[in-house]
Design a protein around this ligand. Sequence first.
Ligand code: IMP
Ligand code: MG
Length: 368
Amino acid sequence: MIQLQDLFFQKFISKAEVKGAVNDVSLKINKDYKEKSPVFLIVLNGAFFFGADIIKKFDGTCEMSFVKVNSYEGTESKGAVSTVMGLDTTLKNRDVIIVEDIVDSGNTIEAILKMLKQEQVKSCKIATMFYKPLAFKKNYPIDYVGMEIENDFIVGYGLDYNELGRNLSAIYRLKPRKMKNIVLFGPPGAGKGTQAEYLKVKYNLVHISTGDVFRYNIKNETKLGILAKSYMDNGDLVPDEVTIEMLKAEVEKNNDAQGFIFDGFPRTHSQAAALDSFLAEKGEGINGMVALEVDENLLVERLLQRGETSGRADDQDESKIRNRFNEYKTKTAVLKDYYEDQNKYFGIQGVGSIEEVTERLCKVIDNL
Ligand code: IMP
Ligand code: MG
């Protein structure tokens, strides 16, 4: 298994199989173009290797040219194709072979065919290393296909995920993630606990409340609980490593869970990074940080009201509440940046009835 950015890929097609398929395509092209001097029009960047291999194996005389188009972002086709680098030679009266790494929806080749329309070429055929027949939505023929594959996302032999993986000589396939892991965030009083209870049932997730995990370990005098308590008794902050170890133990306890709601964790950049690398060891990751966003004044009001009825001392003093809120804001700001950089931050309007907020949360989580 290999990791490219946030995704994991498993070996799918060996280098030898790729070589065999390239050979087969070459034989056919050599046979069909025996008496001709074709122009191989290589679609950059992906078809760079395939094009080079085909041309090296071509027996007769030939020329090569390149175009560069862009249609993919991450693991999804964008639909629209833009030309990054157009034709630099005239192809009038030439026998052209368009060389692609992979034909998926068919949009890319269609855009190139449009480009060639104005060129008055003599003939035009299409050669692709990989072809996804189940995704193909066009009706032009694909003349030479190295290998057909299902609708998997693959990397290697020129194919990339966000520009990575092109250099791999075998083909790797995206490994589907089994878990949905969510970091739930919200300032004190935003109703995070209530929402977590609902979400864990709806999505069949294990809710890990860091506060509960701490209390459990200390109460049961586990090794980590005793260690954590020794810091707390001295008035020191529990070091990240101890907290992380406790969380890891909690995740390991629920090894066949469909995912986790992390609540009250991570709180620092280094905790978030530690959580990522811990999940990465399992071939998993965080799908998103979902944060309830609520106006500060409204929250203070809510908490003061709660203090009146619950008698919780920490909910009765406005300056203490504001302190807690400030602390929260400073910490979230760091984490917000961390997850935003990975396009994994989702702010949710936290004002409204419980049901309204739940609905907003589910809209986001359904798509994670
Ligand atoms: P189409 O325009 O949907 O046919 O997609 C063709 C282009 O999308 C290829 O040239 C690749 O750049 C990219 N692409 C499609 N499927 C994959 C894949 O599985 N891995 C990497 N890139 C892909
Ligand atoms: Mg390409």
